[in-house]
Design a protein around this ligand. Structure first.
Ligand SMILES: [Zn+2]
Length: 79
């Protein structure tokens, strides 16, 4: 199986397409993620909300806006 190679090709297609995918934080939708390669597996750090985890969302612009909107709404509710 060579699934990873096929996925990488799909990703390259997405970059050249109009709707490119961005890795965003699953909590706040921020694209400002840092990938830290330390430890057994690398972890993503979100600069915006402090999320640390191995899971991020491949989102297009529309999805990113939606996650950010929901996050901002939940922040407002908590206040
Ligand atoms: Zn975040």
């Amino acid at each position: 199986m060579n699934n990873e190679e096929a996925e990488a090709e799909d990703f390259m297609d997405d970059i050249s397409a109009e709707e490119k995918l961005i890795e965003v934080c699953p909590i706040c939708g921020s694209p400002e993620l840092y990938f830290e390669a330390g430890g057994v597996e690398g972890l993503y750090h979100c600069k915006h909300c402090g999320y640390i985890g191995a899971f991020v969302i491949d989102a297009n612009k529309e999805m990113m806006d939606l996650i950010q909107k929901e996050y901002n709404a939940s922040v407002r509710d908590a206040e």
